[in-house]
Write a protein that binds this ligand. Structure first.
Ligand code: ZN
Length: 150
């Protein structure tokens, strides 16, 4: 992997941003597992109460390889302060990036996340990089479901 990219991944692994968990009852939580590598993480999200669904806070407790931890750390930076709608758009771009289908001229929102643009060359690591995003997406799918139909 390119040295600069590798450094960024190692740095985020060593010093993950937004590490930890939000208080129970004030957030949405989801656990993610990647049994192939042994990665495990918990994503907690706090959304704004208005209809905008802004991600007011995000914390991730990650336990696993450098790729999964760095991906979780960078994801937290990328989505904090964004709406769920925007976060879903970034998720789809990132997913395309992992599958080598990303076109930055069409979808320019990835920024630093492009550090993972060569990961498709290492198929066993793709799941590590994707884990935080799939876990996040599970939470976001819950939020888009109508919940007050009782
Ligand atoms: Zn891993």
């Amino acid at each position: 992997m390119d040295n600069l990219y590798q450094e960024l991944i190692l740095e985020h692994n060593k010093n993950p941003r937004n590490f930890g968990e939000l208080k129970e009852g004030e957030c949405l939580k989801q656990e993610g597992l990647n049994p192939l590598c042994g990665d495990r993480l918990i994503v907690s999200l706090k959304l704004s109460e208005d209809g905008e669904q802004i991600i007011e806070d995000v914390k991730i407790r990650s336990d696993g390889c450098a790729i999964s931890r760095a991906s979780a750390s960078m994801m937290s930076e990328a989505i904090k302060g964004k709406s769920v709608k925007d976060a879903v758009a970034i998720f789809h771009e990132f997913h395309d990036l992992l599958l080598k289908k990303h076109d930055p001229s069409v979808c320019p929102h990835l920024g630093k996340l492009e550090v993972f643009s060569n990961i498709w060359k290492y198929p066993s690591r793709v799941k590590c990089a994707a884990l935080p995003w799939h876990t996040l997406n599970e939470i976001m799918e819950q939020t888009s479901r109508p919940s007050d139909q009782s």
